[in-house]
Design a protein around this ligand. Sequence first.
Ligand code: SF4
Ligand code: SF4
Length: 74
Amino acid sequence: MAHTIVTETCEGVADCVAPCPVACIHPGPGKNVKGTDWYWIDFEVCIDCGICLQVCPVEGAILPEELPSLQKTP
Ligand code: SF4
Ligand code: SF4
């Protein structure tokens, strides 16, 4: 299983990117519905450690489940 970044909830703060131990959080192209940058998690690489969820300041932007319907990928 992997964690998910909810594309339309993410605000592109990127606090999650550097702490990820396997560097599987990547920027998406363009803006989301909030008009902000957004990031996505590579489900195939994520090791489900939960660090991104602990550091994200935006409530609900990261969920501890693999939910491809909520996360866009380029
Ligand atoms: S998931 Fe959270 S910490 Fe990561 S870019 Fe989005 S808002 Fe920022
Ligand atoms: S759960 Fe861990 S490995 Fe997966 S994206 Fe978040 S920080 Fe990276």
